[in-house]
Ligand binder design. Structure first.
Ligand SMILES: Nc1ncnc2c1ncn2[C@@H]1O[C@H](COP(=O)(O)OP(=O)(O)OP(=O)(O)O)[C@@H](O)[C@H]1O
Length: 783
């Protein structure tokens, strides 16, 4: 990981409009500015003494024989002439100071907030001084420069000398009040303070004198009354002692309170993260395959469709008449009729005459369909949110919606989604794009030969066109063994698999169970990471990781989305039943936040395949044509899928609304070309590895044979003894093992007498004090 960090090239990054420099560049630029400002300062100062001599030189810069008197020679003479003579005169001296400060800010990487203020005030000063000098030292135009002279000239033309004077005075007041915070109150306060301090000084002096006097008086002889024997205490007693002198504090009103600005402390982790981002730029997960090229549009076929949909006027008229006549038979008058032509069906929207109840039309749905005598008619009464009645009539010549056209659509290209999928086109010919991450899982059903596999390919193709291999991984389950095998070529780019499996595409049902359980472990691990990172979902987690706020040494890493595709779910449920259903249900319930999404396709949408628990967790569903109304209800909870015309004609629902879509068509050779294109590029060393899962049948008996011990047994024992903490998660982390395997090793450690028995939530006690004792124990065991 550290390697990757070092590799990340950009020293400067542009993020939005902010321009960030690396620390080294700041030092370089800062020192350049400081040195330049010093050069400017010297040339400006020497300009005052040399300008007359150098004036003739200004037109002869190219002549190398001529030398200027300015300390910085021709450069100094030229720049100074520009700034001082043609510019602001003496006030130009402020520029080197501003530049020097800017350089210093950069050099020390200080916060930039105060700098802008300095520049604004600096420029105001420059203008004010230049005008003021132009006004008061009219005889010496060099002091105010050309700007000062011209501005004075201009202002005097309009306001006269007095006007300019008043304007200058106002400028001075403005600067004094705003910049130095000098107010009449402040001045009064200042004099008051002065007078009080003078008074107290005076008092102090007089106190000193008093004490001297009293000392003197104390020395005076005490006169004792011979009659009363009372000491005649000198009159001093009656006088107030100087100690009782009261200093009246200034009245609160007169005190101007100055509020110190609270400087917000920034969190240290942020600082470190910001520094890392400054130095290395944001973490780029795609860097390892930095040269990866997304598949091009040429790989997809247009399927003979060049333009949009052709409108067959005759057909439109014919269908309209049929609808009007049919409805007339049922005594339903039509006030208005409108047609929207889609790729496979045309939607006729009808506004019935006033007084016709929509429920009447709804009841006649089947009869109307029969009268229209066409396959695939669907009546929507009323169209949700419109109050019209829709009758979908299939076009005589359906237009194929090519994958190329939907991928090329700006809706898909501009989609700012996490996992955008272009399914096809709606009835109004709009490209239909949805976010798989929002679904968050998808159920697809349809009778055989109606377009499921094409639909799955459309989903996968959409993701391949939009996502980098670092961002998404697929787990493909294909019991039919042939449908998804073309994706083998992108194994090391886009596929994820179990550690020891050879094939990345899973065709064996037993392996599916292991994979699903492994995904559950991955889910738990990811939740653990999210918890430590204190974020709620994968998007926030990855953003935090990219901005280098999460330390890879704590196990944090960039998390790709994982999309699990199961092509024939019915087959799986029939053979594995609960063993498959339980992890699927768990994943479906919990995996959405951590970026694991399921796509399940099935031919047989019966209730024992799509069980209640699965349905409850798959709100997004797609139905291709099915054979019965019951099947349609099983998938969509409504009928309609039985009236589709097949060949990619589908209904999509994500909650209540049902949308009719013509699925985009992508043929197997096209997919092969895409996978070939991706597969021929540089890849990761191997497919993305899922956590290891060892099935329960491997047994967890406590009587382990020494020979049956796990290969990592000794390493695990050393980890446990060194840390003196008997926990499976420690082994898991340190040795990068799956949860189950680590659990099994802990059992073996218990059997070997290295750790104590299970103690509930507490870690097990470690019975071996150190590595020497462990070595001894294992040696004795062997002998
Ligand atoms: N979107 C589409 N546009 C045009 N034709 C399509 C579309 N989808 C499918 N078809 C046609 O239907 C045929 C069967 O499609 P597909 O192989 O996807 O069916 P399926 O439902 O997966 O069948 P099975 O379950 O037997 O595998 C395709 O070969 C193609 O000719």
């Amino acid at each position: 990981m550290a390697k990757k960090v070092r590799k990340s090239k950009p020293k400067t990054t542009t993020k939005g409009n902010t321009f960030k420099l690396s620390k080294q560049n700041k030092i370089i630029l800062g020192s350049l500015l400081m040195l330049f400002s010093i050069a400017l300062f010297f040339s400006f100062v020497s300009f005052y003494f040399t300008w007359q001599d150098d004036q003739s030189l200004l037109t002869q810069f190219a002549d190398r024989n001529k030398e200027a008197q300015n300390l910085l020679n021709k450069f100094g003479a030229g720049v100074s002439h520009f700034f001082m003579y043609k510019g602001f005169g003496l006030a130009s001296l402020i520029f080197p100071f501003l530049l020097f400060t800017t350089g210093l800010y950069m050099f020390l990487s200080m916060q930039k907030q105060g700098l802008l203020k300095k520049w604004v005030w600096g420029l105001l000063f420059v203008i004010w001084i230049s005008i003021a000098l132009g006004f008061f030292a009219e005889a010496q135009p060099l002091l105010g420069g050309l700007v000062g002279y011209e501005m004075n000239d201009f202002l005097q033309d309009y306001t006269g000398k007095i006007g300019v004077f008043l304007l200058l005075l106002f400028g001075l007041i403005f600067i004094l009040v705003r910049l130095f915070n000098i107010t009449p109150d402040g001045i009064a306060q200042y004099f008051k303070q002065k007078s009080t301090s003078l008074a107290s000084e005076f008092e102090q002096k007089s106190t000193q004198e008093n004490t001297i006097n009293s000392e003197k008086e104390e020395e005076a002889p005490v006169i004792i009354d011979t009659y009363t024997h009372k000491k005649d205490i000198p009159s001093l007693k009656k006088e107030e002692s100087p100690d009782s002198f009261e200093i009246t504090p200034p009245v609160a009103e007169e005190l101007a309170i100055e509020v110190e600005k609270v400087v917000e402390e920034t969190e240290e982790t942020d600082n470190i993260a910001n520094k890392l981002v400054d130095d290395f730029g944001e973490f780029d997960p795609t860097l390892e395959l930095g040269n990866y090229k997304f598949p091009t549009m040429e790989l997809l076929d247009a399927h003979g469709v060049s333009g949009g949909i052709t409108i067959n006027q005759e057909e439109l008229e014919e269908n309209k008449n049929k609808i009007v006549d049919t409805l007339k038979n049922y005594k339903i008058g039509i006030a208005q009729i409108k047609a929207t032509i889609g790729p496979t069906v045309t939607l006729y929207e009808i506004v019935p005459e006033a007084g016709v109840r929509i429920s009447k039309i709804k009841n006649l749905e089947d009869d109307i369909a029969l009268s229209l005598a066409a396959l695939g008619i669907r009546i929507i009464a009323p169209i949700p949110g419109k109050g019209t009645i829709g009758i979908e009539v299939p076009n005589k010549n359906a237009t194929i919606v090519s994958m190329r056209s939907v991928i090329a659509s700006s809706k898909f290209q501009k989609a700012e989604m996490q996992l955008p999928i272009a399914f096809g086109k709606t009835i109004s010919n709009e490209t239909f794009v949805v976010d798989l991450a929002k679904m968050p899982h998808l159920l697809m059903a349809g009778a055989t030969g109606q377009g499921k596999s094409v639909g799955l390919n459309a989903v996968l193709t959409s993701l391949l066109y939009k996502k980098h291999p670092a961002e998404v991984k697929f787990i493909l389950v294909d019991p039919k063994k042939v449908e998804l095998s073309i994706y083998n070529k992108i194994e090391r780019h886009f596929l994820a698999k179990l550690p020891d499996s050879e094939e990345a595409i899973i065709t064996d049902n037993a392996k599916v169970i292991n994979t699903l359980n492994s995904l559950c472990i991955e889910m738990d691990n990811r939740y653990e990471l999210l918890k430590h990172a204190m974020v709620r979902n994968i998007k926030e987690y990855n953003e935090k990781f990219k901005s280098r706020k999460l330390n890879p040494n704590d196990g944090h890493k960039f998390l790709p989305y994982i999309v699990l595709v199961i092509d024939e779910f019915a087959d799986l449920i029939m053979t594995a039943g609960k063993e498959v259903e339980t992890p699927i249900a768990r994943l479906a319930q919990l995996a959405r936040a951590i970026g694991i999404h399921l796509i399940i396709a099935t031919q047989r949408p019966s209730v024992n395949v799509i069980t209640g628990i699965i349905k409850a967790n798959f709100p997004a569903r797609i139905a291709f044509r099915v054979t019965s109304k019951i099947d349609s209800r099983t998938i969509l909870d409504t009928q309609g899928a039985d009236q589709l015309i097949g060949r990619g004609d589908m209904l999509y629902t994500q909650g209540n609304d049902v949308t009719r879509i013509q699925c985009a068509f992508v043929d197997t050779p096209e997919v092969a070309k895409i996978t070939e294109y991706i597969g021929s590029q540089r890849a990761y060393p191997e497919a993305h590895e899922l956590p290891e899962y060892v099935g329960d049948d491997s047994g967890t008996s406590i009587d382990y044979d020494i020979a049956d011990r796990d290969a990592m047994f000794r390493d695990a024992a050393e980890v446990i003894v060194t840390a003196q903490q008997g926990s499976a998660s420690l082994i898991q982390r340190k040795l990068k093992l799956g949860y189950n395997r680590a659990g099994r090793i802990v059992d073996q450690l218990e059997a070997a007498g290295i750790v104590g028995p299970f103690e509930g939530s507490k870690a097990r006690q470690v019975l071996v004090p150190d590595l020497v004792a462990l070595d001894q124990l294992l040696k004795n065991e062997g002998s």
